[in-house]
Design a protein around this ligand. Structure first.
Ligand SMILES: *Cc1c(COP(=O)(O)O)cnc(C)c1O
Length: 332
C-alpha cells in the first residue's frame, strides 16, 4: 500500500523536535528487571507518563499549536479529547497566552476535566461519545472561529508524537521491538515513522483494548469503521478513528507490524504490575504495552521498549484497581 504524499516524514519529525525542544521533556527510558526476566530480552520502559501534563500528548499539541501562524493562533484553539490531548493543548495554549476550548464526552473521567480547567482552558462536557464531542467542537469552529487542533489525525500532531520515537532510538540503539498504545493512531503512526525511518527492521506493535478498538476493527475491514464506545479501564483509548480519516489509518496500516487486544483484566493486571513491581502510577491506556508483554500477546526477539503513554489515573480508581478490581463494572 502506498502512503499519501502529505504523510509525515522523518524530516517532519526532526523539525518538530527542534520546534518543541524547550517545551517538552526528553523522558527517561528505564530498564525493567522484572519484564526482562519475564520475556528473556532486555525490556525498557519509555516513561512518558512523566511528561509534563502526564502524557505524550503535549508533544503533538505543542507542535501543532506552534505551527499555526501567530495571527491565526491568536483566534484561539479548540479540540475534542478523551482528556489527555485536551489537557496538553490547554497547557500549550496557556504558554502562548491563547484561548483554548476542549470538548469532551461524559465518558471522560472527572480528574481529567478538572486538570483542563486548572490549566486555564474551557471544558465543554456533553454527549455520550467522541462523535458528540466532535460535533460540539465543529460548532465552536463555525460560530467562534476557533482553530481546530485534532487529537490524532493531523500531520503536525503525528510529527510531534513521533519525537518520542527519536528519543527511543537514541536511548536504546540495538532496539528490536517497540510496543505502543493505540487508539486513533497519532502516537503509533508518529513513533513508527520515526523508528522505522531510522531503523527499518525494528518491529512496532500496537496495543488496544478488546472493548471498542476502532483502529483494529478498521484494519480488519480495510477502511475506517465506527465502533460502539463502551466504558473501559483504558479510557484514553476510547473513540473512533473518524470515518473521514486522512492520515493515521493509512500510516498505521502500512507501518505497524501487528495490533493486539487486551481484556479489561489484563489491563488491570498491568496497572498493578506497574505500581507494585516497577513503582510507576499509570492510567489504563498507559499500561497496555506492559499488559501485552505480561500476557504474552507480544513476543520480543531482542531489546524491547514498552511505551508508558500516560499516568493521569483518577486516584480513587487507581486504589480500587490495586485492591483487585478488574473491570469498570466492578468499580461502578
Ligand atoms: C491518546 C492516548 C493514547 C492513544 O493515542 P492515539 O494517538 O490516539 O493512538 C494512548 N495513551 C494515552 C495515555 C493517551 O492519552
Amino acid at each position: 500500500m502506498t502512503i499519501s504524499p502529505d504523510t509525515v516524514s522523518l524530516a517532519d519529525i526532526e523539525a518538530a523536535r527542534a520546534r518543541i525542544a524547550d517545551r517538552v521533556r526528553h523522558t527517561e527510558t528505564a530498564a525493567s528487571a522484572a519484564l526482562t526476566e519475564r520475556v528473556g530480552y532486555p525490556v525498557f520502559l519509555k516513561c512518558e507518563h512523566r511528561q509534563l501534563t502526564g502524557s505524550f500528548k503535549l508533544r503533538g499539541a505543542t507542535n501543532a499549536l506552534l505551527r499555526l501562524p501567530p495571527e491565526i493562533r491568536r483566534r484561539g484553539v479548540v479540540t475534542v479529547s478523551t482528556g489527555n490531548h485536551g489537557r496538553a493543548l490547554a497547557h500549550a495554549a496557556a504558554a502562548e497566552g491563547v484561548r483554548c476550548a476542549v470538548c469532551l464526552s461524559t465518558l471522560v473521567p472527572a480528574n481529567k476535566i478538572a486538570a483542563i480547567s486548572a490549566a486555564g482552558a474551557e471544558p465543554h462536557v456533553g454527549g455520550a461519545s467522541q462523535d458528540d464531542a466532535q460535533q460540539a467542537a465543529e460548532k465552536l469552529v463555525a460560530e467562534q472561529h476557533l482553530i481546530l487542533i485534532p487529537p490524532f489525525d493531523d500531520p503536525d500532531v503525528i510529527a510531534g508524537q513521533g519525537t518520542l520515537g527519536l528519543e527511543i532510538v537514541e536511548d536504546v540503539p540495538d532496539l528490536e521491538l517497540v510496543v505502543v498504545p493505540l487508539s486513533g493512531g497519532g502516537l503509533a503512526a508518529g513513533v513508527a515513522a520515526a523508528v522505522k525511518g531510522l531503523r527499518p527492521r525494528v518491529r512496532v506493535v500496537g496495543v488496544s483494548m478488546e472493548r471498542g478498538a476502532a483502529m483494529h476493527a478498521s484494519l480488519l475491514a480495510g477502511h475506517p469503521v465506527p465502533v460502539d464506545e463502551v466504558p473501559t479501564l483504558a479510557d484514553a483509548l476510547g473513540g473512533g478513528i473518524g470515518l473521514d480519516n486522512r492520515h493515521t489509518f493509512a500510516m498505521v496500516r502500512s507501518l505497524l507490524d501487528d495490533v493486539v487486544l487486551l481484556t479489561e483484566g489484563e489491563i488491570a493486571a498491568a496497572i498493578r504490575h506497574a505500581h507494585a513491581v516497577e513503582g510507576e502510577t499509570l492510567e489504563g491506556a498507559g499500561a497496555v504495552a506492559i499488559g501485552a508483554l505480561l500476557a504474552g500477546k507480544v513476543a520480543p526477539r531482542g531489546p524491547s521498549v514498552a511505551i508508558l503513554s500516560g499516568g493521569n489515573v483518577d486516584p480513587a480508581l487507581h486504589r480500587r484497581i490495586l485492591a483487585g478490581a478488574d473491570t469498570v463494572e466492578e468499580l461502578a
